[in-house]
Write a protein that binds this ligand. Structure first.
Ligand SMILES: [Zn+2]
Length: 593
């Protein structure tokens, strides 16, 4: 583990300092005590104290889990670290879960709950304002916490537990199926992930060959994918009906705590993407086609650099990446720059790719110390620069909520968490010359902006397809395919799939979210809109945009989504009117690059 003992954000008031939070016999009495004390609370203040003690226990358990996860992913070859993590997953978490649920039920049924809800949220510090401009009514401090816990308790059905286990098994079957897909190519067995790099080859014949081998391999498993998916639809529909919902879409919206937007808002979002973003996508595709001097873009022409340039090389050593990222943050905002410096000083970064390290990148928060940690596998490509900016945005979010005492409020919903991180990609890119000569900096910005624009239509396909699936009970496989192809016509752009129609019709099989994380995807689109708005605001008034951004981050998860967005200077509307000016800005920016 890169970091050692960290300064506590606050001394513990409830959990003993010596408690081993990886040992259930030492944890159980704390749940017993909380259970007993719930009944003894005689005032709203006592109930609040109880909530804060419960929150302290949650933070301590959360940090224990994060520490073990970090230790394991930083050292995959350390058997002790793996054992310690698995012990938590297998022997502690299954015990904790029902006890948490029990406390949630006690909270929801508590006679003093209504009294507690009268407690006002702390007013933002501001200068005295004229009475007429004051906000009408004080907002409840516990409104968001309360609605989340109540929702969780209300949705619970004992009969769904077994169905969810079955669902998890099917998801695992899907992952196993996809994970086992390999091809023989150029004299060796390769995974489909490894094959991805051939799509960046300037040699078109090679790209096509590689793409076709992969497509053929995927098509071999098409029927199995459909079978697994059909079993999943059935299970999910039963889960939803058990919980009293007409269909799984409506259940999923509630289960994800989507109180602030509806399925209809998402449908409106899809339409706005079609009318406002698709023209820009088609234009980017046309430009690519011209640069590649092709008559038609084929599916294997989408990942290669359109000017056949070698990949960007932003840095050689990870220390260099960190120092340059620091310089970017120094230019973005002094306070955020101090935050990044703190990550370096406390050794809360493990960034270089090395043997014995898990793949990928993530930001994790040590919930009790209230400090972030960033993990990645930097190898010196542009993607690493995007990742360090992105994960730093998450880290700034965690740092901003440090003074919040309720553990649940130190984390925001995903729709806003990704605003924090995606905004930082855009804000940081303004100073990406810290890594590149001017022409290369523009190339990096162009790739980034085109990636953002290109993400929206695929997001719309993935989301709209699932809306259709779960609201058309009893549909046939053919009907499902027709619905998908209709979406591909709307959002696929000008790509010629001639000869590979079957692959086009099944191209959703590789999108793991559809199988494993149903309805999770639109969040990223919502967040990306917010990030574009933060960026647009910064173009008009950088100081104010940064101030609003930090203010919104500091709210953590304490307010509903629209308030978080508004605090950040964003609109929280997925309509054509919101999207149009943002795409115009991105478009005019692209013209300059
Ligand atoms: Zn993220």
């Amino acid at each position: 583990m890169p970091f050692g003992k960290l300064p506590a954000a606050k001394p513990r008031a409830f959990v003993p300092e010596t408690a081993d939070l990886g040992d259930w016999p030492q944890i159980a009495p704390l749940f017993d005590e909380l259970k007993a004390r719930a009944a003894q609370a005689k005032s709203a203040a006592e109930l609040e104290r109880w909530l804060l003690d419960w929150s302290e226990l949650n933070a301590a358990l959360d940090e224990e889990s994060s520490r073990r996860y970090i230790a394991m992913t930083c050292h995959t070859d350390n058997a002790e670290a793996e054992k310690a993590f698995l012990h938590l997953v297998e022997h502690v978490e299954p015990q904790v879960k029902p006890r948490q649920f029990e406390l949630e039920q006690l909270y929801v049924a508590h006679p003093l709950r209504a009294e507690l809800l009268k407690a006002a949220a702390p007013a933002a510090k501001r200068k005295a304002v004229a009475p007429s401009r004051r906000k009408p009514a004080a907002k409840s401090r516990y409104e968001v916490f309360d609605r989340n816990v109540k929702n969780h308790v209300e949705l619970y059905r004992a009969e769904n537990v077994a169905l969810e286990t079955e669902e998890a098994k099917l998801c695992q079957q899907y992952q196993k199926l996809i994970g086992a897909q390999t091809v023989n190519f150029r004299g060796g067995e390769k995974t489909l992930v490894q094959m991805g790099r051939y799509l960046e080859e300037p040699d078109r014949a090679l790209r096509q060959e590689a793409w076709e081998v992969v497509a053929q391999r995927r098509l071999q498993d098409a029927d199995k994918c459909e079978e697994i998916f059909e079993a999943l639809i059935q299970l999910r529909t039963r889960i939803a009906r058990n919980a009293g919902f007409e269909n799984y879409r409506d259940y999923a919206f509630r289960q994800k705590g989507r109180f602030d937007y509806t399925p209809a808002d998402c449908v409106k979002f899809h339409g706005a993407i079609e009318s406002e973003i698709m023209p820009a996508v088609r234009q980017i595709q046309a430009e690519r086609r011209e640069q590649l001097k092709l008559e038609k873009l084929r599916p294997w022409d989408l990942a290669v650099d359109p000017q056949n340039r070698p990949p960007l090389k932003p840095f050689a050593e990870v220390d260099e990446m960190v120092a340059r990222a620091q310089k970017i943050f120094d230019r973005v905002d002094g306070e955020l720059a101090t935050g990044f410096r703190q990550l370096r000083e406390l050794k809360l970064l493990d960034l270089e790719n090395r043997k014995g390290k898990a793949p990928g990148g993530y930001q994790s928060t040590l919930a009790e110390a209230r400090v972030p940690f960033i993990f990645m596998n930097a190898v010196g490509v542009q993607r690493d620069v995007e990742t360090i900016l992105h994960e730093s945005g998450h880290a700034f979010h965690a740092q901003a909520t440090r003074r919040e005492d309720l553990h649940a409020y130190r984390e925001a919903p995903i729709e806003f968490c990704e605003v924090a991180s995606m905004s930082m990609e855009l804000l940081g890119n303004e100073f990406i010359e810290e890594f590149y000569a001017p022409a290369e900096a523009n190339r990096a910005r162009k790739t980034h902006l085109e990636g953002i624009i290109g993400f929206f239509p695929w997001m719309a396909v993935v989301d709209a397809f699932q809306h259709w699936i779960y609201t058309h009970a009893g549909h046939t496989r053919q009907e499902r395919q027709a619905a998908y192809l209709e979406l591909m016509d709307r959002f696929g752009g000008d790509v010629d799939w001639t000869g590979w129609e079957q692959m086009r019709a099944n191209s959703w099989h590789r999108q793991l979210h559809i199988f494993i994380h149903p309805f999770y995807y639109v969040e990223c689109g919502i967040a990306q809109l917010g990030a574009l708005e933060v960026w647009a605001n910064s173009r008009r008034n950088r100081t104010k945009a940064l101030k609003d951004y930090k203010k919104a981050l500091a709210l953590g998860g304490s307010r509903p989504l629209p308030e978080l967005f508004h605090a950040a200077g964003c609109s929280f509307e997925f309509a054509a009117g919101t999207i149009k000016p943002l795409i115009e800005l991105a478009g005019s920016e692209l013209k300059k690059l």
